[in-house]
Design a protein around this ligand. Sequence first.
Ligand code: COI
Length: 358
Amino acid sequence: MEISVTLSNELKKRPTLAEEAALGFGKHFTDHMFIMEYTDGEWRNPRIEPYHRLSLDPSSSVLHYAQEIFEGLKAYRSPDGRILMFRPDANAERLNNSARRMCMPTINVDFNVEAMRRLVEVEKEWVPYSEGTSLYLRPTMFANDEALGVHAAHNYVYFIICSPSGAYYKDGLKPIRIRVEDRYVRAVRGGTGFAKTGGNYACSILAGDEAERDGYSQVLWLDGEHMKYVQEVGAMNMMFVINGKLVTADLEDTILPGVTRRSILTLARDMGMEIEERHIAIDELVAYAESGELQEAFGTGTAAVVSPVGELAYRDKHMVIGGGKIGDITMRFYNTLTGIQWGRLPDAHGWTKEVCRI
Ligand code: COI
């Protein structure tokens, strides 16, 4: 399919270098978007056009039954004048896995990666320059039948928008406080936890809100069946350094298979670290924290990158990890991963895709 391009003749004011420090996450949007529609069993009319509002009928199925999926990935500016995307193929594949679970049409992975690449090429001036900033891409698909029956829709819209972004957490790379959630659940076996669908986020908002009110950045979810095993944070997968080993929850259908998670596990193997992907009981984590064997904890995610965790609160227990400071292993992962993403370190695994040279 040919992607047509219509450029905007009213460009927005882009953030200056000085303004980049205050970008935050997902607050500004660029001049163009990619969009195409699925009708009569086919994706049609793929195009890049000026960023615009969408007009939906009030009966549009996504508004009622939440048949919606999305992705998040980033483009970076390298010191040698290239624009790079990080593992866009992994995001395109995961989008298709989410689509299958949500009964939605898939998109050819190579085509989708090319759609992302073309859009970033058009928006290359929007890729910010400062340390820690990037252009965040948000591919999104939603059902758009104008009917109220509860069925898989026949009509869908797929779009990609871009947002120049800085740190996901307002304090940047500083250890965050996380509350282990023991009242609400995010996902259950056989549900949609592994799919990147809006409903998983909608059901997490109340717990996140309450945690924020109490001074935490996020909640760490426990499994929905036993309320015993550590799962993920919602915007991040979680990793723990216990007695020098890297320990993370094994992937079940309740956990989002993070692209950053997968990348960190590969880097850990490269570094010769021992890895355990397994069930981690919260009581076990508390015991390791109390004995001092829980040395570091960090979250991994596209938006958050590698985010050190300085405190975990579970019921009446407040576990300060690594003295509340950023651990050496966490920092090493952050530096290695961002070094590859920003094109400063060799990309031994072929993860970055060049968008263009400028
Ligand atoms: C991401 O890391 O890209 C996410 O989607 C997490 C969150 C902002 C929803």
